[in-house]
Structures are given as structure tokens and as C-alpha cells.
Design a protein around this ligand. Structure first.
Ligand code: NAP
Length: 310
């Protein structure tokens, strides 16, 4: 089977840390170019914009968009219109409606669109989903607490509109919860904490539920300088289930059954899925996590908190 010629758009932290190594290890993909305003890669030609890259005539089948969500739609739309398959980093866009537009455009053009959720590709996610399908769930507590200064140094876009603030990591928790829990989730209440000098929240408390009335609470906080948590605690009649390390580890009734740390499997898994979609001419665009974030901004009460300076 021929390799899929892919270009990366937006050569920043995640592109360098995860996408380049995952593509290099993949037998499905060959990196043929980069489009990034200021960054270049050594091994392949680099262009400032996707437009320049397409105009160069380099043979290309697909693009992987690693830019921030702001501006993602215009780039993705140009790629689709040029007949390219598109993989989107999470979150897939700056708004729900613009990603719907991309899904429709991809369908009309006959190309694949993959709205990727890297946390869903972590090793304990599918085992947790299978386990929870067999259990009686009583309640869920999501704890996603990290230090923004440690994980997002110098990233101003996360504080801008559509940067989503603490929902940038929080949407990963929601992508995991909407995959491992058996019923669709909806939001009933939210409290969003906005630093008085910022337009994006630094913390959020969410109350969610599902059709069975299961109480699901989420605690997202970017001010955590102690132990960092990326955990989902599920109380079931049959005993506790803990998904931790951002989906890499699983404890069942107090016993460790998967002890990940194998976070590097996420991006190889994502590219394997993208290859499968491209070869089958299918798309995978699940917007449930993005919808819940949009709902939190729509329903959430707001409180001002201490100003944030990096
Ligand atoms: P980043 O380090 O800021 O890199 C993004 C790159 O996109 C920049 O280096 C920049 O390269 C380009 N870009 C294009 N338009 C931009 C704009 N308006 N503002 C800033 N940069 C712009 O961000 P990142 O951490 O790689 O995150 C990118 C996406 O991946 C986000 O959606 C994020 O949620 C997701 N993600 C990040 C991580 C992580 O650990 N960092 C993990 C998983 C997913 P040029 O200046 O060369 O154009």
C-alpha cells in the first residue's frame, strides 16, 4: 500500500514533541513538507503558509494541523478545498459550528476529516470503556489539576478567546469521559473562574449528568503547583475504577491493571487511525467534548479571581 504524503501545519510544541516522531515511526505516512510562519524543519521543505506549500506543487495527500484553534478553520477549509485529507489537533476548532462546516465540506469534497482526541488514544481508555459497560455506575469525579506555568510557558493563545483557558487540558478529560462512560453526558451547572486580567478561565467546576441521572463532577484547575492530577474516579456498585495519568493507567477495585506512562502510544495510535480513515475514505468527527466546553461557556456562572501573570 502506498504511503500517505503528509505535511504538518504549525510547527510548535506538540508538532515537535509528538507529531514528527509519530510520523517518522509510521509506515503509513511520509512527511513531505512543513507550513509554519516562523519555524522550519531540517529534513523537508518549509513554507510560511499552506497556500505557499500547495502553490509549490509538492505532491501531497494530507495535512496535519497543529496550530492553535484560532484560525484553524480557514487553514482546514483551504486544505479540504485543495482535495487534501485533514487531521485536526484537539480542540478541533474555535467553535462548534465551524467544525460542522469542515465536516460537511470534507464530505462534499470526498476527503477524510479526523478530529483527533489524543487522550482517547491512551492505553487505558478502551479497557476502561469495556469494563464500565459491564458495571453499575453510581457517580463520577473528574480531577484535572495542573500548573499552567509548567505546561504552557509563553503560550499567549491559550488566554485569548477560543484558546479556552483551563479547558485546553479540560477538554482532554471530557474527551476521555465521553468515551469511557456508557451514556451521553450533558452539563447542568458550571462555575468558571476568570483571572481579572484575562478573558479565559483559569479554573472551572462542572456539574454534569447522563440519561440515568448519574452525578458527574469535574474539577479543572490550572493553579495546581503540588501533585498534578489527570484522573477520573468512577464509583460503581461493583467497586471503584480509577483512570489516571491522563488515560494511561487503570485501577480496578484498588488493584492496578494497567500501569501506563506509555503516553507515547497516543500519537502513533492517532496516525494509525488517520491512515485507516484516509484509506477507507471515511471521517471521524466526534464533537461531544467541544460541545460540553461550549455549554460550559453558555451555562456557566463566572467569578473574577486573582490576576494571572506568567
Ligand atoms: P504552540 O507551541 O504554541 O505551537 C503552535 C504553532 O502554531 C506555533 O509554533 C506557530 O508556529 C503556529 N501558529 C499559527 N498561528 C498561530 C497563532 N495565531 N498563535 C500562535 N501560534 C500559531 O502550541 P502547541 O502546544 O503545540 O498546541 C497546538 C495545538 O495542539 C493546540 O490546539 C493544543 O491544544 C494542542 N495540543 C497541545 C499539547 C501540548 O502538550 N502542548 C498536547 C496536545 C495537544 P509558527 O509561528 O511557525 O506559525
Amino acid at each position: 500500500m502506498s504511503t500517505i504524503r503528509v505535511a504538518i501545519v504549525g510547527l510548535g510544541k506538540i508538532a515537535r514533541d509528538q507529531h514528527l516522531p509519530a510520523i517518522a515511526r509510521s509506515e503509513d505516512f511520509e512527511l513531505v513538507a512543513i507550513a509554519s510562519r516562523s519555524a522550519t524543519a531540517d529534513a523537508v521543505p518549509s513554507f510560511a503558509t499552506l497556500e505557499d506549500l500547495i502553490g509549490s506543487g509538492i505532491a501531497l495527500d494530507a495535512v496535519s494541523l497543529c496550530t492553535p484553534p484560532q484560525g484553524r478553520h480557514a487553514i482546514a477549509r483551504a486544505a479540504i478545498d485543495a482535495g487534501l485529507h485533514v487531521m485536526l489537533e484537539k480542540p478541533p476548532g474555535a467553535s462548534v459550528s465551524e467544525v460542522h462546516d469542515l465536516a460537511e465540506a470534507a464530505k462534499a469534497r470526498g476527503v477524510s476529516l479526523f478530529a483527533s482526541w489524543h487522550t482517547r488514544a491512551a492505553p487505558a481508555i478502551e479497557p476502561a470503556r469495556a469494563l464500565l459497560a459491564e458495571r453499575n455506575i453510581e457517580s463520577v469525579k473528574i480531577v484535572w489539576r495542573e500548573d499552567v506555568r509548567r505546561w504552557h510557558p509563553g503560550q499567549e493563545w491559550i488566554w485569548e478567546p477560543a484558546g479556552m483557558g483551563v479547558f485546553d487540558p479540560g477538554i482532554n478529560a471530557l474527551s476521555a469521559a465521553t468515551r469511557i462512560l456508557p451514556r451521553a453526558l450533558f452539563l447542568s451547572d458550571a462555575l468558571l473562574s476568570f483571572p481579572e486580567n484575562r478573558v479565559a478561565p483559569i479554573a472551572a467546576r462542572l456539574s454534569l449528568s447522563d440519561a440515568a441521572g448519574t452525578p458527574i463532577d469535574a474539577d479543572f484547575d490550572w493553579r495546581e503547583t503540588g501533585p498534578q492530577s489527570w484522573d477520573i474516579h468512577v464509583a460503581t456498585k461493583e467497586g471503584p475504577v480509577l483512570l489516571s495519568k491522563g488515560g494511561a493507567a487503570l485501577q480496578v477495585n484498588g488493584e492496578t491493571v494497567i500501569d501506563g506512562g506509555e503516553i507515547e502510544v497516543e500519537y502513533p495510535n492517532l496516525y494509525a487511525r488517520f491512515a485507516e480513515l484516509v484509506r477507507g475514505r471515511n471521517s471521524d468527527v466526534d464533537l461531544a467534548p467541544l460541545r460540553l466546553v461550549a455549554d460550559a461557556f453558555m451555562l456557566g456562572r463566572r467569578e473574577p479571581v486573582e490576576a494571572f501573570f506568567e
